[in-house]
Design a protein. Structure first.
Length: 91
């Protein structure tokens, strides 16, 4: 029988492999938008990994930090998109 702890441990391994692949894409990305997309995926997966580790350790303080990281990355995405478009942030 598969326990929840086993599933969480397996998902941590999957997230670590994904983080490694995203890091390679950030370093070797052929274009700037590809690298930005890889950084976005990297940070969203990192936030998910933090939440999963919070479940594994039964620590409720890690989940809000994952939410804050996700919101911060979303705001950064908006800023970078405006920068690449060449417009002001308030427009």
């Amino acid at each position: 029988m598969v326990t929840p702890e086993t599933l969480v441990a397996a998902s941590v391994i999957v997230y670590i492999v994904a983080l490694t692949l995203y890091t390679v894409r950030v370093v070797k990305g052929p274009t700037i938008p590809d690298r930005i997309l890889a950084v976005d995926a990297l940070t969203y997966d990192l936030a998910a990994l933090i939440a999963v580790i919070g479940l594994l350790l039964r620590s409720p303080l890690l989940v809000p930090s994952a939410i804050v990281l996700s919101l911060w990355v979303y705001a950064l995405d908006l800023y970078v998109a405006k920068y690449l478009e060449g417009r002001e942030l308030g427009d």
